[in-house]
Structure formats: structure tokens, C-alpha cells
Design a protein around this ligand. Structure first.
Ligand code: HPA
Length: 278
């Protein structure tokens, strides 16, 4: 596959999805590691495995199912990605963010993005949920911005603004829903790294100094592409492990998946309330 995804390639995917569904989704939801269960609550669901779609990368990570689930959640037509594509799987940035482009060509104006993340803020504990208020584009700073290559003028400008990656009104709504449900909602900056290795203690101390509250291997490219096309974004991180700033503990994928079991019901409550209230 060529390095940059063309509008034609995006439209081929969008066309195929459109031919299988009869609703117009208003929210795209990307589910992170261990958070897949929410997709099972979608009503009148149509399932489209990524492997049925042209030009589409296949999610290879354990804990990621790899299909779109399109249907209704809390009365809102949604398009859920059950399993996301990560850069560390070896795909290009264009492939990683193709699902967001497809949402845009399907006319989806909003996105909820969830992920599992390491807590860099010392006050965060495994099982916490963090509202993402801003992000550190560490991959992009070192040359891996998903918008590199020919600009898709039909979707957005060459030099898009990033002053509000996460929609402020949506943040307010999420705070309100969390409060109503008595869920402690942390807040902070999500730093996106490529992975797949977890961070060294020095990496983590550097991230803390740089203002990160959580760290993960996704989300940032997806949000940049979403904002390029002017989608409004809500971001939620499930804190699956405490950052190991002094090297005294180890981090494993198993604990990330395990923490998902505690985090999923909280994220589900917030997402449901958000969909009802938006
Ligand atoms: N680091 C990076 N990504 C992650 C982590 C982490 O500690 N936990 C879950 N995803």
C-alpha cells in the first residue's frame, strides 16, 4: 500500500460501510485495550469486520476484536470501532487514522475516543478514569504527524488549528455526568508515544516534567485527524497502571487488560450519560 491514504481509498471504505447500514451515525466511538465490552451494548447492531473492508488494516493486538459495530446506543446512532489500529503494529500513520477519515466521509461529526493509559500523575491509581483535556503529540514532534503528505483539502486545511483538541463543552458534559454517577473523574494531559515497549523510569520522569498526566500508545494521531476535519472530540483514558518512575515495579499487558474490567463500567456510564445529554 502506498504511504499516504488517498480520498479514493477512504471513500471505497466509506461506500462499503454505507451499503451495509441504514442509519446515519452521529458519533464515532473508538474503544481502547480492555474496553471492548461497550460495543456489545449497541442495539440493532450491524457488525462489519475490518477484514471485509478494502484498504483496511487489521488490528493484531490481543484484546482488540477488529470490527465496526454500527447501531444505536442511548438513542443515538453510533459507529463503534471495536479494536483500534496502533502505529506499533507496523502500519503507516495514514492506515492508523483511516477509520477516522472514514467517519468523516460518512458525515460523522463527533468522536469519543477511549484508551488504556499509564498514570504519570502520582495521584492517579489503577482503575481511575481520566478526562483528557489536552494532549502531547510526541510522535508528531519527531516527524510522525498523520497529516503529513498531500493535504486532503476536501476535509480540512493544510495547517489546522489544535487549540482545542478536546471539545471544552464536551469536557463539561463529561464532568457533569461523572458527578451525577458519583464517579471520580481525573483530568489531564495524555502523552502519545509509539510503543510497543513501555516507558523506562527516565522516560516517565521526562513525561512528568513535560506536563503529562497519562501516557499511552494511541489516540493522539486519531484526534489530530479528527480535528483536521473539525469533528468535536471527547477523550477518556482508563488508568491501567501506575507509572513506574523509580523502576521498582514492572508493567505488563495483562495488568492493562485486567484493569479494563474495573474501568469499563465507569467509562460505559460516562459514555451513556454523555450520549443521552449531547
Ligand atoms: N504506557 C504506555 N501505554 C500504556 C500504559 C503505559 O504504562 N498502560 C496502558 N497503556
Amino acid at each position: 500500500m502506498q504511504n499516504f491514504i488517498s480520498l479514493n481509498q477512504i471513500d471505497e471504505v466509506a461506500q462499503k460501510i454505507r451499503s451495509r447500514i441504514s442509519i446515519q451515525p452521529v458519533v464515532g466511538i473508538i474503544l481502547g485495550s480492555g474496553l471492548n465490552a461497550l460495543a456489545d451494548s449497541v442495539q440493532e447492531a450491524v457488525h462489519i469486520p475490518y477484514s471485509d473492508l478494502p484498504n483496511f488494516p487489521v488490528s493484531t493486538v490481543q484484546g482488540h476484536a477488529g470490527r465496526f459495530v454500527i447501531g444505536v446506543l442511548e438513542g443515538k446512532p453510533v459507529l463503534v470501532m471495536q479494536g483500534r489500529i496502533h502505529y506499533y503494529e507496523g502500519y503507516t500513520m495514514g492506515q492508523v487514522t483511516l477509520p477516522v477519515r472514514v467517519m468523516q466521509r460518512l458525515g460523522v461529526p463527533n468522536m469519543i475516543v477511549t484508551n488504556a493509559a499509564g498514570g504519570v500523575n502520582a495521584e492517579f491509581n489503577p482503575g481511575d478514569v481520566m478526562l483528557i483535556t489536552d494532549q502531547l503529540n510526541l510522535m508528531g514532534m519527531s516527524g510522525l504527524n498523520p497529516l503529513m503528505g498531500p493535504n486532503l483539502d476536501e476535509i480540512g486545511p493544510r495547517f489546522p488549528d489544535m487549540s482545542q483538541p478536546y471539545d471544552r463543552a464536551y469536557c463539561d458534559l463529561a464532568r457533569k455526568i461523572a458527578k451525577e454517577n458519583k464517579i471520580t473523574l481525573r483530568e489531564g494531559v495524555y502523552a502519545g508515544l509509539s510503543g510497543p515497549s513501555f516507558e523506562s523510569p527516565a522516560d516517565l520522569r521526562f513525561l512528568r516534567l513535560a506536563g503529562a498526566d497519562a501516557v499511552g500508545m494511541s489516540t493522539v494521531p486519531e484526534v489530530i485527524v479528527a480535528r483536521h476535519g473539525n469533528m468535536r472530540v471527547l477523550g477518556l483514558s482508563g488508568i491501567s497502571n501506575k507509572a513506574n518512575l523509580d523502576g521498582s515495579t514492572v508493567t505488563t499487558h495483562e495488568e492493562v487488560i485486567e484493569a479494563g474490567r474495573v474501568i469499563t463500567p465507569k467509562i460505559e456510564k460516562i459514555v451513556r450519560g454523555f450520549l443521552r445529554g449531547m
